[in-house]
Structures are given as C-alpha cells and as structure tokens.
Design a protein around this ligand. Structure first.
Ligand SMILES: [Zn+2]
Length: 973
C-alpha cells in the first residue's frame, strides 16, 4: 500500500503537494542493532523497567525466578524461559501490579569445581586447599553470572539486575542453613548407610536429577546357579507330598538342587547376601536334563528352556512363601546365605523370578535386607574398586575389569548357565557422562516419609499449567525414596555437623545450627573451611572443641536452589511467599519444582508457589535436539545481532526473538531455525508497517484539537473500533491464560486482515486525497490515533522495543513518557457496538468476492487498478440485502459508500444488466458483474469520473479534487 502511494506521487508530480502523504520518523526498518539498545537506555534513564513494577500501587505479583546454572553461554532454552517470564512480568506491570523480578543464579556444584580444577596444572592442584578452591570457584561463578546477565539484558528482560540472588551470597547461604536446621529440628534429616546413586567418575553421590539415561547402554547379564545346602522343613514336607525326596546332606543336596538367578551387574555378586522371592508366585523345581534341579519361577520354565538351551522339565511346584529359609552356598565366596521374601518388585517379566540380593547395591535389595535383618555389605570403594571384602576380586574396578573376571570365575565354578549382552536403561552421571552404580555409603538424608502426605496435599492446591504437570510431580513425590542431600565435594554449602573424634557420634542441634547460621550470615560459608572447630562451635561447647571434628560434606545443589523461596521470596521486600508463579522447563518436576516443594512443605507445610507453568525444550526445525555435532545449534545472540555471514544470518533484533517465544505452543517442545525466523521476521515487518502507516497518517493530527467523538463517527470507523474491542478482549484473555501463541495469531490477523487489507486499504482515499481537515479524513485519523496507542500497549509485553518506538514517535502530545507508564489498554465503553458486526461481515465477504473477480480481470490483462472498474451487484442472500439496506440508511454519505469500500469508480446495485462485461460471478450471496469504468481518470485521485475535463483550469481533474484545490493554498509544481 505504501509503495503504490509513493509510486502514484511520483507519476503525478504536479499534484504531489496537494496530497496528504505519509510523514513519520518511525522507520520502515527496525534497525534493531542500534535502536533496541537506544530504547533500553531510554528505559534505564527514566526508570521504566523493573523500577516501574516496584512503584506500582496494585497488589503484588511475584514470579520467582528459577536460577540457571552459572556456567556457559546462553542458549535457546534460556531464551525461551527468560522471555516467557518477561512477557508475564511486563503484562503484570502494565496492569499495575507491583512486580519485582529478582533474577537468580545457581552457583555451587561440581561443574564449576571441575572448571577450576581443569584450569590448573598438576602442581597447582596439589597446592590447592579447599578454601583456595572455593575462592576460585566463586570468582568463576561471578564472572559467568556477569556474562549471562548482559545477555539477558540485551533480550529486553526487566529485572532487579543490581540485586540478583546468587546461591553463593551470605544471606542466601544462611537462609539455606536455616531451612536445613528447621528440617533437622522437625526430625526430617537423618544420617544412614544406604545405597545411593554413586558416580565413581565424580566420586560423589548423585541425586535423581543428576542422572541421565543415554540410549545404547548394554550390561553383561548372567544366569547363575547357587547350590542349595539346607532346606526348611516345611519345604521338604511339601516336596515329599509331591513325591520328591531330596538328599539331606549338604554336599549331596548342593549337587542336586540349584537356585537360579539372573543379574545385569555381575560385579555385585561378591556382595550377595540373599536371594529374594515373591511369596505369592509359584516356583518350580525343574530338571535341566542332566538330573540337576533348577529352582525357577513356574511361569518362566518355557522361556528359560529357550534362553538357556536346556530341556527344563517341571518336577514339582511350590509357593514362594515356602522357599524362605532355604540356605544356599555362594558360588564364589566361602559363605552361605538364605532365600528371603522380597516384595512385589519381583515378577516373572524377566530373569528367573528369583532375585540376587545385595543390600549394599540396590534400593529394593536394601529394603528387603532391612526387613530380613541382613547387613549392608558394600565391598566397593568410592572409585568403584572392589575392596578386600570382595575376596579374590579385590582391586578390580566394577565398571572395568570386575565383570569379566567374575563371569570367568562363575564359569570355573560351574555356576554359569549363560551370559549375554543386555541393552537397557541405565543411569549415567549427567556431568561426566559415565555410568553410575548403586553403592551404600554413610550419607545425610531428608526423610520424605515424614512429610510425603503434606507434600501431596500441597500439590493438590497448586495450579499446574499444563494440567499434566500435576500428575508428573504427584507420581514422582508418591514414589520417591528419601532424598540423599550430602555430597563429597568442596564447592557448596556445608552440612553443618560435627562428629566425635573417637566414637563418630554426631553433634547437630538448635544451638550449633543457630551459631553456624549466624557465622555464615556474617562471613559466608567459607567460614566453615576457614575456622577451627573451636570457633565454629557455640560457646557452650568451647571446652570440648578438641573432641569434635567438623564434617566435610556439602549439600546437594538441589537443596541450594530448593531453598530459594526462603532466601528470596519470603525474605526480600515487595515479594510474596508463596510466589504467584514458578515458570521453568518441564524437567523441573523432578528438579527445582520438587526440591522447592519438599523444603517448603517440610518447613512450613505448604508449597512455595500458587501456580507452576512449564515449557518444553527448543529443538531445531526438524524437531531434533540441538547439538554441535549436528551443526543445528541456534544461538540467541546470532538471532539478535546477526552471524558472521549477515546475508545468511541477518540481525533480527531481540523483538523477533521475543516474537518467536510468543508464537510457539510452549507446552510441548518447540522448533526454531532459519526458516521459522524468516517467517517471524515477516510477521514482525507486517506489524511494523501497519504501525508505521498509522503513525505516518497522523502527522497533522492532534486528538484534542481534531478528534471526533466516537458516537459521531461513520459506520466503518465505528465498526473498526468495535472490531478492535473484540481483538483487545481476546488478547487480554490470551495473556491472562498464558496463551501467548493466541496473542501472536490475533495480532497477525488484526494487522493484516482487519487493518491493512480492509480498513486502511479503504481509508487511502480519505487520507491522501481529502483536504487535510476534511471530516472524512479527521474521522479516520481519530480511529487511527485511538488504535495506534492501544496497539502499542497490546504488543508491549512481547514486542517491547517496537511498542516503545511507536510511543516515542506519536506525533502529538500524550500524558505518559513511556508506553509502559500508559498501562494495559482497556476498551472504552463507547467502542462496543456488536450490532455492527453482522452487516459489515456480509460486506467484507462481498468485498472479498469482488476483489477475486477484479483479480481475475487483472490476470487476463483486462484491468489495471481496481479504480478502472465499474461493478454491478444483485444481492441474493437476505443477509446481504439487509446489510446493503443498513448501509444505505445509516451510512455516512462521505465515508460509508460501498463504492469506496470496494475501491471501484462506479457501483450500481440492481438495475439493468450491463452490455459489455469484463467478467462476472454468481454465488449464493450475490451476482457480481465487472465492466470498465465510464468517464476519464482523474490525475489526482485516480477515480474515473464523468466530470473530468469539464473544468478549464484543471482539465485532468474531477470535480471533487477541484473543490479540494480551491480550499487549500497549494503551490502546484
Ligand atoms: Zn479526483
């Protein structure tokens, strides 16, 4: 539309000065690389950012930031997350809520510790004390925070950047110790020897959230036999009833009856202390063809015959309950162990139905062991090496040479039925990408059973978006075991506990906790490493300080971030706890959402949030994960500033990045790539050009001087306001419901379909050709001014830079310096007139049909501009007839002429059919006939009129244009 207008002006230089052409400083191109930082500086200068949110008088709205890890460059995941949060916050600020967004960072933990260690040579590492390591790690984390913060700021994110929360800050660490202390005093924290996920490669325990399950893991699985040496009397009696009499002497029995087990971790066999059965399953004594009897689940006889290539034949069947107390001999070590009753985890889905049980190396095994009074044997050290307790296997590594050696030993002992590689899900250390093991160690635990029911109640009260999130976290909390919160690392918050140097007794009470919390509040957690026991213990213990040794464990980093509600939301000004909203990736149901829930429920009995919103992950355009090896990584900074090759990766600016975030259905994983960016840039340009057209036609307009009251506006203008009211209602609902993709669709449709292709297309004639102060022009400008101010407000949460740019380019004085001070647009009551919708809908439909016929003529080279056409209509449908009559009766003579709405020079409704037609179309709504317009073309307005040529002064103008020239004081070129 702009192009055509400019072209028209060039063709008719003599009347150019008499047309009202676009004038605006609002650029056609965003020039985002320079303009966006300028607008950000403008906000900073005027306190139009998070400061605006804090000074708002409305009720508090707290979106509590989930802390990203302070390591590495920002990626699209960060962009999706932080921009979503910013859209929510800006919308709330515009609505007048008091919003203080405190950005956070998770700063402790192994990756940073490793970064520091990797930066040093062997010698430096030798000289490294824990406190030196901590200082270096802190410096590293702070630098990373600084870098990430700059990136977030460039995206237009508003936050309290001067006072972020970092999990390494003194007040944060002290709050975390308080959470830990409260849990201790409520009896939720205990120390125990328990199998935990252990990473030999990191030499530390890991939480569930620190594990990943890569594809393609295989384990060496073995079927092995353990010779029976003693049968319980009830079993012997039961077998006798079946006519089976087994030798009573151990040696002989061991040659006859064997317990068959299956395991995928042969290295745990030295730790075997029992075989577990399900008391409700049937077990069979099956002849293997050589007279030897194998004890296996009855249901598995057939499949095991195949797997083991043995002609298994059932001799007798007994209930699992009868097997308890059967004693077998360990095939590799000199000891005997019992069959015990396990639980429902023992099934006939795989294996033999009898489960090799090593209480030191499995959670089910541990619980079965506890139930049956078995010790917790763990003959594996922190590096994964078998210890002396593993007998002949001592010194072998469980992830390297232990398995082959043990399989070989089984073979030698004639205890191996079969071994084969077995592919299954297996937990790896998410940082080192190496397999983990289950290993029993002395660890600190949070006992979930103490508050599991409260946690489930709390989950019930939270609003989960999407709703599926509720089921996810509920089942996780229902099924999870106790939370191992201790780590054997240096870079973290200490577990503030003392151990008796002689007997290992633990010192941990209200007194010691309060004292250490105070020290950490004053000095930070480094104090734990800097000071001696005598200084760390409260005064009451000073005399016995030499008896106590401070612990060396740090807390799981999930405990750090899981305490952020205590350190931030409930502690800082202008924030609320529970927070209104937590908003993170859907993986946080087992991460931060859960750790925050558990600590908050344990301490205060309720969730730390009222609503939890989750989003998926950013994938490439083909739906694949982004990875360096695939070369499909999209860098948010390249989207903003452009890549090395600016043709291939143009600088789109932060608003296009933000528009992408608004456009996606974030409840699932979301794609991004060059093609999607081009489409988004196109939508961005459409919104920008529509805005520019509105601004450019307001250069001589001042609403207070030239505006026309809404109720006096022509039908078309009032319809435009009614339509805008509908769009505003829908956009408002989209934001309220966090359905930003709906905003994106509504915005696009409004700018392109309602404004650009309809209202503004028709308005061209009113705007350019009329005298500047013609009522038909001023009424249109009234609507345009009303719309552009509100459009700027509606797009401000997402396209914040463009919105402000529009506001700064409004050509008349306004009350507020910034679009954000102007607030969230509300619909004035006098805009609403639903009665306009139906008839205009009919006329728009007609217009589309007419345009189609004109387009066909144009394609056949029979017509140029639509103004070269005359149209004759016969309305068929009653709806159209009503609409035409309505327009005729109520329409404004100068604006609401259907001829002008159709952009043709002549229109005839009904009457005699025309002789010479270019084209016609008959549909259910109307008959449409198109002919060449009669008369001559006016050089100024391009209309074909009969009166062109009748005026001596301007023989190339129509009467209407001559009137305009008479009124104005134009200098014709
Ligand atoms: Zn004219």
């Amino acid at each position: 539309m702009n192009k055509e207008t400019r072209g028209a002006a060039e063709e008719r230089p003599s009347y150019k000065n008499t047309l009202n052409l676009l004038q605006t400083s609002f650029g056609m191109r965003a020039n985002a690389v320079t303009r966006e930082p300028e607008l950000q500086s403008f906000w900073a200068e005027h306190g139009i950012d998070f400061k605006l949110g804090v000074t708002n008088k409305g009720p508090t709205f707290t979106l509590h930031d989930g802390p990203p890890y302070a390591n590495g460059a920002l990626h699209m995941g960060h962009a999706l997350n932080k921009v979503l949060k910013d859209i929510v916050n800006k919308h709330q600020i515009l609505k007048g809520r008091r919003v203080r967004f405190v950005p956070g960072w998770d700063c402790h933990g192994l990756p940073i510790e490793l970064k520091v260690l990797q930066s040093m040579d062997q010698e430096q590492r030798q000289a490294l004390t824990p406190i030196k390591l901590r200082k270096k790690a802190a410096a590293y984390a702070r630098k990373q925070v600084e870098g990430q913060m700059k990136g977030f700021q460039r995206w237009g994110i508003w936050a309290d950047w001067d006072q972020p929360y970092l999990s390494l800050q003194k007040d944060y660490e002290a709050a975390q110790i308080r959470v830990f202390g409260d849990m201790v005093l409520k009896g939720h924290i205990y120390r125990g020897l328990k199998p935990v996920h252990w990473s030999p490669s990191s030499r530390t325990a890991l939480a569930e959230a620190e594990l990943e399950y890569p594809d393609g893991h295989t384990s060496p699985s073995v079927y092995a036999t353990f010779p029976a040496v003693e049968l319980p009397a009830v079993l012997r009696d039961a077998l006798q009833t079946d006519g089976i009499v087994l030798p009573s002497q151990a040696e002989e029995l061991g040659k006859t009856l064997h317990v068959a087990i299956w395991t995928t971790t042969p290295w745990t066999l030295p730790a075997n202390l029992a075989v577990s059965v399900n008391e409700r399953l049937d077990y069979a004594l099956a002849d293997d063809g050589s007279g030897r009897l194998l004890l296996v689940a009855a249901d598995l006889i057939e499949s095991l015959s195949g797997t083991l290539a043995l002609p298994l034949k059932r001799k007798a069947t007994v209930k699992g309950a009868l097997l308890a107390g059967l004693i077998y001999r360990h095939p590799l070590l000199d000891r005997t162990s019992p069959i015990v009753i396990g639980g429902e985890y023992i099934t006939t889905e795989s294996g033999t139905g009898l489960v090799h049980t090593a209480p030191g190396h499995g959670v089910d095994d541990f619980h079965t062991g506890q139930k049956n009074g078995l010790p917790v044997l763990c003959p594996v050290d922190e590096a994964g090496t078998l210890t002396e307790e593993a007998g002949p296997f001592a010194g072998l590594n469980v992830l390297k040479d232990a398995n082959p050696a043990i399989i070989e030993a089984l073979q030698q002992a004639d205890a191996l039925l079969k071994h084969e590689p077995y592919g299954h899900r297996y937990p790896y250390d998410w940082r080192t990408k190496k397999p983990t093991i289950f290993r029993a160690t002395e660890q600190w635990f949070a006992s979930i059973d103490g508050f599991r029911d409260d946690a489930l109640d709390a989950i019930d009260k939270v609003n989960w978006t999407p709703a599926s999130g509720r089921n996810r976290i509920e089942s996780m909390v229902k099924e999870r075991g106790d939370w191992c919160i201790s780590r054997q690392r240096t870079w973290g918050v200490p577990i503030p506990v003392f151990y008796n140097r002689t007997n290992g007794e633990v010192l941990l009470n209200a007194d010691t906790l309060a004292h250490i919390q105070g020290l950490i509040a004053d000095h930070g957690a480094d104090v734990w490493w800097e000071k001696e026991e005598s200084e760390l213990l409260p005064a009451a213990y000073a005399s016995e300080a030499d008896q106590w040794r401070k612990g060396t464990d740090t807390m799981d980093v999930w405990f750090d971030s899981g305490s952020s509600w205590a350190a931030v939301a409930s502690q800082r000004d202008n924030l609320s706890y529970p927070a209104d909203l937590y908003l993170e990736g859907s993986d946080q149901h087992r991460g931060w959402f859960q750790s925050s829930l558990l600590t908050s429920v344990a301490v205060n009995g309720h969730a730390p949030y009222q609503r939890v919103l989750t989003h998926g992950f950013a994938l490439d355009e083909k739906g694949r994960k982004m990875s360096k090896s695939l070369g499909n990584v999209v860098d948010p900074m390249v989207i903003i500033a452009g890549g090395k090759n600016q043709k291939q990766d143009p600088p789109y600016g932060a608003d296009v990045l933000r528009l992408w975030v608004s456009s996606v259905d974030y409840s699932a994983d979301v794609p991004i790539g060059a093609g999607i960016l081009r489409q988004l840039a196109d939508v961005y340009r459409k919104v920008r050009n529509t805005s520019r057209y509105l601004l450019g036609n307001l250069h001589d307009f001042n609403p207070s001087r030239d505006g026309i009251p809404v109720h006096e506006l022509p039908l078309l203008d009032r319809w435009m306001l009614q339509r805008s009211a509908e769009v505003m209602d829908d956009v408002n609902a989209a934001f309220e419901n966090f359905e930003f993709y709906r905003f994106f669709q509504l915005l696009q449709n409004y700018c392109v379909s309602d404004l650009s292709n309809f209202y503004l297309d028709i308005a061209k004639d009113r705007l350019y050709v009329s005298a500047p102060d013609d009522r038909r022009r001023r009424s249109c400008q009234t609507v345009m001014a009303l719309i552009i101010e509100r459009l700027a407000g509606l797009i401000a949460p997402v396209l914040c830079h463009m919105a402000e740019d529009i506001w700064q380019n409004l050509p008349y004085p306004v009350a507020h310096t910034s679009v954000f001070q102007n607030g969230w647009p509300s619909v004035p009551a006098d805009w609403r007139d639903p009665a306009l919708t139906a008839p205009v809908q009919q006329l728009r439909q007609l217009r589309t049909a007419v345009n189609k016929v004109l387009e066909d003529c144009r394609n056949q080279q029979e017509l140029g501009a639509s103004l070269e056409a005359a149209v004759r209509l016969e309305a068929h449908s009653p709806e159209l007839q009503t609409a035409l009559q309505w327009l005729d009766e109520h329409g404004d003579a100068e604006v609401d002429g259907l001829r002008d709405w159709l952009l043709v020079s002549q229109l005839q409704i009904g009457g005699e059919p025309w002789a010479e037609l270019l084209a016609s179309q008959d549909n259910e709504q109307a008959l449409i006939e198109v002919a060449h317009a009669r008369g001559s073309k006016c050089s100024r307005c391009w209309h074909y009129e009969a009166d062109v040529g009748q005026h001596a002064d301007h023989p190339d103008l129509c009467g209407r244009c001559i009137e305009v020239l008479k009124r104005g004081d134009y200098q014709l070129a």
